[in-house]
Design a protein around this ligand. Sequence first.
Ligand code: ADP
Ligand code: MG
Length: 292
Amino acid sequence: ATPMSIMVGVGRGAQSGVLIRDAEALERMEKVDTLVVDKTGTLTEGRPKVVAAQAVEGFDPGDVLQKLASVERASEHPLAAAIVADALDRKLSLSPVTDFDSPLGKGVLGIVDGVRVVCGGAKFLAEDGIEVAPLVTLAEAVSAKAATVIFVGIDGRLAGFVGIADPIKASTAQAIAALRKANVRVVMLTGDGKTTAQAVGLELGIDEVVAEVLPEDKASVVQRLKTEGRVVAMAGDGVNDAPALAAADVGIAMGTGTDVAMESSGVTLLHGDLMGIVKARQLSKATMRNIR
Ligand code: ADP
Ligand code: MG
C-alpha cells in the first residue's frame, strides 16, 4: 500500500479506538482467517468476583478464606484481587505470608500462620499430593456456569474452593458472531479448566476451545495453526499472552491489559472492545482495495 493510504487507514482506526502500529499489521489484517483469543481479560471483562465458596467438612469456612486470601494478597493476578476483595468484604483480617511462590498459570502457595497453603487448579494441587475428588461434584457445578474454581489445600489436605466469575464483555458476542460470519475460525486459549472454558465457548459459539494451556504453550498453539497454513491473529491482554501475540501474523492487544502485551502487538484495541477486530479487518480491506 502507499504511505498515504496506510496513513488514512491508521487515522481512521485511531478515531475508533483501534491503534495500528505499522503498515504490515494493517495489510495483513484482511488475510486473517483464524483468530486465537485469550479468555480472561480478552473475552471477559477481567474484573472477576467471588461467587461461590465451599469448605470441606472439618475446616472452618472463614478460616479457609482467610488463609487463601492471605496467600493471594502477594499475587498480582486478577483472580487474586477478587479473592482479597471478597475477604475484606467479609471483614477477615489477613496474615503475613512467607515462602510465597506463584508458578505462572498454575496458582500460588506459601506459609500462613504456620501452615502450608496451596491454591489453584486441580492439577496444581495434585502436584502437592492433594486430590480434589471430595469436592469435584460441587466444583463441576460451579465451573459449568463458566466460573473459575480455585481449590485450597492446607498442610497437604483439601480444605475448600472458591468459584470466581468474570462477566463476558458486552461487545464480545457480537464481535465473535461477525468474525465467524466472515469465515474467520475462532479458537479460544485459556489457562482455565476445561469445564469453565467449554461453558464460555458454548455461550459464544467459539469453534475450538483449548483449555489448561500453560503460558509458555500459548505461542505453540499459534505456531501450530500457522504451520497448518492459516493466517493467524492472536488477541490477548496478559503478560502470559506476549509470546503468542508476537508469534501471530497479527498480534492484537487490549488497551486495558498489560504494557508487555501492547509492546508485542501490531494492533491495540484502546478500550478492549473486540468489535475493534472487525473494524481493523474492514480498514485493512478498504486500504488494500484502494491501492489495487
Ligand atoms: P488465562 O489464560 O485464562 O488468562 P492464567 O494463565 O492467568 O489464565 O491462569 C490459569 C489458571 O492458573 C487459572 O485458571 C488458575 O487455575 C491458576 N491461577 C493463576 N493465577 C492464580 C492465582 N493467583 N491464584 C490461584 N490460581 C491461579
Ligand atoms: Mg488473560
